[in-house]
Design a protein. Structure first.
Ligand code: THU
Length: 128
């Protein structure tokens, strides 16, 4: 699946965001090595701390279906420009693909490509 199509799926997922506290809606979609796509949105909680980002919802959906080989992720947030994944999500992404392709886009559909280990999370934490 090409980057733009995956980004459109992330954009659709953003519409399902449960974000009554921040009102900041995020959508994400991951493509796995089997060719399947899992989408997610941010899910907030009244405790705030129990909130889960869209990226982790999408990744955890894939992994809980036995799909740990993730090729790329697309993300759309509420910013005017690109929405970059938070630090916790970067580390979760690195768990499943240190060299994950990260497709970030704006609401006008323009996308930019980043590499997880080269651009977003060099020197990932690893257990020996
Ligand atoms: N959020 C994400 O879904 N992904 C990120 O990478 C950063 C932040 C969500 C969490 C919260 O629901 C809202 O955006 C504001 O932080």
């Amino acid at each position: 699946m090409d980057d733009k199509k995956l980004f459109r799926i992330a954009s659709e997922a953003r519409k399902k965001a449960y974000s009554p506290y921040s009102k900041f809606n995020v959508g994400a979609a991951v493509l796995t090595s089997s060719g399947k796509v899992y989408a997610g949105c941010n899910i907030e909680n009244a405790t705030y701390g129990a909130t889960c980002c869209a990226e982790r919802v999408a990744i955890f959906k894939a992994v809980s279906e036995g799909e740990t080989n993730i090729k790329k992720i697309a993300i759309e947030g509420d910013n005017d420009g690109l929405t970059f994944p938070c630090g916790i999500c970067r580390q979760v992404m690195a768990e499943f693909a240190p060299d994950m392709r990260v497709v970030l886009g704006k609401k006008n559909g323009e996308i930019e490509i980043f590499s997880l280990n080269q651009d977003l999370l060099p020197h990932t934490f690893e257990l020996d």
